[in-house]
Design a protein around this ligand. Structure first.
Ligand code: BTN
Length: 270
């Protein structure tokens, strides 16, 4: 079982993760963190579960959350130095925090960001991000964000359901040749992620250009032809870059340009 005390000890005094609400099993850490947000709990509280019975992905998909293998955590954010208008930047920031943390724990691996919310290793998905926002009463100060992340730390192919075995992976599987038997600790991965997240959040308002550049250098889509599904149906285009909010700029087949805020699905072509 996860030793959540180790996480809070390591993060004593930190802006994020100094308080951890740990559960052996929860329906969804995002649901629990949302309730804490509505209940007025402070910035930086982390909800952590060893297993989820109704883990949620984006767009109503489910997130496989078996016990004892992976990380399922949600961070409650009330970033008072980040105006709500800049909150769309959060998914880029969280993606970079995850990349840096995974690369710190297994030096030599190369993470990629599949815009907008997926982290890849060796061409397969290793982590996903689900950000939800809420509000109690009126005014900016009553708003909060819940940043949920699922990180596959130890899962082997046989731990994933058959339909995910070709597309999902874990840090341990991809880091096997580097780790040489050294056991990865989920607590250390969580601490690394939460530290990078706190550090990057402090840079999000004024230093976002640097964050964007680092994410762009890890992008799985930029510079490639892509196919996506959004409300308007299916489309193809060429991924040009990320804008000042972290949205994807694409060139369309007719030569026009478009900015994608969110999509149902997106994949590189070829
Ligand atoms: C995705 O890739 O679609 C996002 C997956 C997000 C999964 C995490 S696990 C912790 C948190 N609780 C949830 O129910 N979902 C997020």
């Amino acid at each position: 079982m996860l030793d959540h005390h180790r996480i809070t000890r390591s993060l004593a005094g930190a802006a994020v993760g100094h308080l951890v609400d740990f559960h052996r099993s929860l329906a969804s850490t995002n649901d629990r963190a949302f309730k804490l947000g509505e209940g007025g709990h402070p910035h930086g509280v982390v909800v952590l579960a060893d297993a989820q019975t109704a883990g949620r992905g984006r767009r109503g998909r489910s997130w496989e959350s078996p016990p004892d293998l992976n990380l399922y955590l949600s961070v409650l954010l009330r970033p008072d130095d980040l105006p709500v208008a800049l909150w769309p930047r959060l998914s880029t920031v969280v993606a970079l925090a995850l990349c840096r943390a995974l690369e710190q724990e297994v030096p030599g691996i190369e993470t990629q960001v599949k815009w907008p919310n997926d982290i890849y290793l060796g061409g397969r998905k290793v982590a996903g991000i689900l950000i939800e926002t809420g509000q109690v009463g009126g005014g900016e100060e009553s708003r909060f964000a819940v940043v949920g992340t699922g990180i596959n730390v130890h899962g082997r192919p046989e731990d994933f359901p058959p339909e995910l075995r070709q597309t999902a992976t874990s840090l341990a599987v991809e880091g096997d040749a580097i780790l040489l038997g050294r056991k990865l600790e989920r607590e250390a991965v969580a601490v690394a992620y939460l530290r990078h997240l706190a550090c990057l959040l402090a840079e999000t308002r004024d230093g976002f250009a640097t964050i964007l550049a680092e994410v762009a250098s890890r992008s799985l889509l930029l510079g490639r032809d892509v196919h996506w599904v959004a409300e308007g149906g299916e489309q193809i285009g060429h991924a040009l870059g990320l804008d000042a909010m972290g949205q994807l700029r694409v060139r369309l087949p007719d030569g026009g340009e478009k900015t994608l805020g969110s999509v149902e699905k997106i994949r590189p072509l070829g």
